[in-house]
Each structure stands twice: as C-alpha cells, then as structure tokens.
Design a protein. Structure first.
Length: 167
C-alpha cells in the first residue's frame, strides 16, 4: 500500500456495494430484454428482486455516501463540483426509479401491455445507464480522491460512521 492510496474497511464496503449494484442492473436489463417479457413470470421475479435492491441496499448505500463519505470529502474539496454532481445523480436516479414504479403499476391495468412494456424498457435502460455511469465515476474518480486526500484517521471515522448507518 503506497502512502497516496489507503485501503479502509469503509471504502472496501462501498466498492463491494457497487459490485452488488452492477449485478442488479444486469438483472434489470435481463428482466425487460426479450419481446413479450411482460407476460413472463421470471421477468416479474427479476423486477421484484431489483425493486427490493432499490429500496434496501441502494437506499442504504446512498445514505452512507451522503451522510458519511460526502461530508468528509466536502471539507477537502468543497461542495461545489464533484460532490454536488454525485448528489444530483442520486436524485436523478430516484426520479427514474419512481418513473419505473409508475410504469410498472400502469402495466397491471393496461389495455396495450406491449406498449407499456416498451416504455418500461426505456426507463429501465435509462436507470441502467445512469447508475452504471455513476458507479463508474465513483470507482474511478471519487473513491480514489477520498483515499488520496483523507487521512487514515478520517477514513477510519468514515468506516465507523458507515457501520453505524447500517444499523
Ligand atoms: Fe453515489
Ligand atoms: Fe456509490
């Protein structure tokens, strides 16, 4: 481990959560991929698992970043710029997720299921793109910035805060 990059339990946990997220995004793509997916029970199961992820692990992960990591980084790099951009992306993601829930509700009573299903596919595609690119930015830019610019003590504090938020 070099002096400029420090590993910490907290950052490792945040990266692991990203890997879980990428898996769930693949599941979302798979769920709405094939023509006629809207009538396949396995698609409903996959969507159910993805929704559980959004409401559980993803909400927790965003809270952990917003309440522990971002405030610590903000002290070093300021709120304008990268922190604001990451917060805005979290909000965009929730807006897209709400749109997805609405469309999936619509599907239940839809006359033209194929058309609603196509729209769900588009929203899902947007979510996959949004969250993949967000994770990519955090992995390649934000997390290395934290590991370079925060002290070992600060990173330990973040690790502690993250576990406290988990409880
Ligand atoms: Fe994030
Ligand atoms: Fe993240």
């Amino acid at each position: 481990m070099s002096e400029t990059a420090q590993a910490s339990d907290g950052m490792i946990a945040l990266r692991k959560a990203h890997d879980v997220g990428l898996g769930k995004l693949q599941l979302l793509s798979d769920a709405v991929e094939a023509t006629g997916w809207e009538d396949r029970p396995e698609s409903a199961n996959r969507l159910g698992e993805v929704f559980q992820f959004f409401e559980g692990e993803l909400r927790l992960h965003f809270r952990q970043e917003e309440e522990a990591l971002f405030p610590a980084l903000e002290k070093v790099v300021g709120r304008q710029g990268v922190i604001m951009a990451m917060l805005a992306e979290h909000q965009s993601l929730w807006r897209a997720v709400d749109a997805l829930y609405e469309k999936v509700d619509e599907l239940k009573a839809a006359d033209d299921r194929r058309k609603v299903a196509r729209n769900i596919g588009l929203v899902a595609e947007h979510i996959v793109w949004l969250l993949r690119s967000h994770i990519d930015k955090e992995n390649s830019m934000l997390f290395p910035l934290a590991e370079r610019s925060l002290s070992a003590r600060e990173l330990d504090q973040i690790s502690e805060q993250l576990s406290a938020i988990e409880r």
